[in-house]
Design a protein around this ligand. Structure first.
Ligand code: SAH
Ligand code: SF4
Ligand code: F3S
Length: 474
């Protein structure tokens, strides 16, 4: 689930245009850590800043504004931010020596959780704002101008980490950043589940769902702009609910049915789900909607009922197994994905073995596994009986070996099969294009097979460790 991505680079306006008296463009560099919600937020920050003249560039050097959109989910994530801030201080200095200015901003979940700490530890930072306030970026940027010459270290120290009463979605401008063939649409934010290991309820705030009309309008605009596949996002995306066009209360299943009617939108996905919110309508959507891709990321975290209870997950291992059975009955070719934590406080060898057994029972096409990382302010951090690092390492290795074996077996099982692939980008080698299978693997084809944005029918000829090779079939 974790991705680290650079904002799609849109090169600055040409030198000629600037000399020709066009409005000077400002260079914006956004670096994104963490989950897809952050990736989505980064594109929306670029949308908010576009009217101020900011255009995305692909390097922080010489930029007028740098935003680190941060993740707080595990310890290393926050440490990465502080080391990146160290590196950026030199670029900020360089920019000042050239007579320019580089605004340095920290956004996202570390900003929300440790805003004041950031301003204290990194005096070069001008702006700190959380995941729910970035629609106010124009005001914040204006405030940095009023904040005078800044503090020792050069930063202006503007802080906005409220959980505002208004929803940012009611204030964001329409999307301006170029979208490819596949795009994200955030439909749900925040979390009220309070799993005892997790910071998200504190960094993203309480659960909210965007209204149906807003989501449909955004999806339509994307489809009109050439987007063929939309992934609906939320920390608990299947807890989404809202009043439908028919006046009834809808859940995610009904929303997917509605979105499947949008012309041009051919593929739908959603992530991340909680097992407790997989209701009948959503399972029915997997059965009845060909546009809903047969891939489901459904984290379980552990296979031990004792640990699941301590994690406050409110389901057992067998609840999860039964749920998967029902989903597979509805959509037999569905590929399962999940998240696992090893070394939660009190986890014994037997508890860990229960996790391994659950993985063997379910069989995953892909999965993410992590060592438990105690997060300040979460109940898990205060539990006794923390598991030694060496034991966590051993368990993680064993679990990852099993998951990798399952992933390879899944990818191999696709060789010889025919499927539709959405072409998304040029390949690394000249003459290639990369698309995505319905089960999310990258599929490499010859560029003559089709244009970016096409959905082509292919036969898989060969499997690498993480990607597939294919040839078109008519
Ligand atoms: N909302 C999603 C998960 C969001 S966080 C859900 O409920 O499933 C993504 C993943 O990070 C989690 O599924 C979990 O496996 C992992 N994670 C969260 N907190 C963690 C922690 N303190 N230590 C290690 N891994 C953690
Ligand atoms: Fe975190 Fe649990 Fe909420 Fe997922 S459901 S975001 S793991 S608290
Ligand atoms: Fe990280 Fe925040 Fe997402 S903590 S995983 S960026 S919700």
């Amino acid at each position: 689930m974790e991705v680290e991505s650079l904002m799609a680079a849109q090169k600055e306006g040409s030198e000629g245009m600037r000399r020709g008296g066009g409005k000077a463009k400002k260079r914006l560099f956004i670096k994104t850590y963490g989950c897809q919600m952050n990736v989505y937020d980064s594109t929306r920050m670029a949308d908010v800043l576009a009217p101020l003249g900011y255009e995305a560039v692909d390097s922080p050097r010489g930029a007028d504004m740098v935003i680190l959109n941060t993740c707080h989910i595990r310890e290393k994530a926050a440490e990465k931010v502080f080391s990146e801030l160290g590196r950026l201080r030199a670029f900020k200095q360089e920019r000042a020596e050239d007579g320019g200015e580089m605004l340095l901003a920290v956004a996202g979940c570390v900003a929300q959780a440790e805003g004041e700490e950031i301003l204290r530890r990194a005096p070069q930072v001008d702006l700190v704002f959380g995941p729910q306030t970035y629609h106010r970026l124009p005001e914040m940027v204006a405030m940095t101008a009023r904040a005078g010459d800044g503090r020792e270290g050069g930063g202006r120290g503007v802080l906005d980490i409220d959980f505002p009463a208004e929803s940012k979605f009611d204030h964001l401008p329409e999307e301006t950043s170029g979208q490819g063939a596949a795009a994200f649409v955030s439909v749900q934010e925040g979390c009220d589940k309070f799993c005892s290991f997790c910071v998200v309820p504190y960094t993203r705030g309480s659960e909210i769902s965007r209204p149906v009309a807003q989501i449909v309008a955004e999806a339509k605009r994307l489809a009109e702009g050439g987007v063929r596949e939309v992934t609906l996002l939320g920390q608990n995306v299947n807890a989404w609910h809202g009043e439908g066009a028919d006046g009834r209360e809808w859940g995610l299943g009904e929303l997917l049915f509605r979105l499947s009617e949008i012309p041009g939108l051919d593929r739908l996905r959603y992530t991340t789900s909680h097992p407790r919110d997989m209701d009948d309508a959503l399972i029915a959507a997997h059965r009845d909607l060909p546009k809903l891709m047969p891939y489901l990321h459904l984290p379980v975290q552990s296979g031990s009922d004792r640990i699941l209870k301590a994690m406050n997950r409110k389901h057992t291992g067998d609840d999860y197994r039964r749920l998967i059975d029902r989903i597979r009955e509805a959509r037999p070719d569905i590929a399962m994905s999940g998240d696992f934590i090893v070394g939660f406080p009190g986890e014994t060898d037997q508890d860990f073995e229960d996790t391994m057994q659950l993985v063997r029972d379910v069989t995953y096409a892909q999965a993410f596994s992590f060592k438990y990382s105690p997060r300040p302010g979460t109940p898990g951090a205060d539990l006794g009986d923390q598991v030694p690092e060496a034991v966590k390492n051993e368990r993680l290795q064993a679990l990852q070996a099993l998951l990798t074996e399952q992933q390879h077996a899944f990818v191999k099982s696709l060789v010889g099969r025919e499927m539709d692939v959405l072409l998304e980008k040029p390949g690394r080698q000249p003459g290639q294009r990369v698309g995505r299978s319905p089960w999310l693997q990258p599929v490499i084809v010859d560029e003559k097979a089709g244009e970016i944005g096409d959905i082509i029918h292919v036969r898989i000829t060969q499997a690498g460790p993480n990607s597939l090779f294919a040839e078109p079939v008519s």
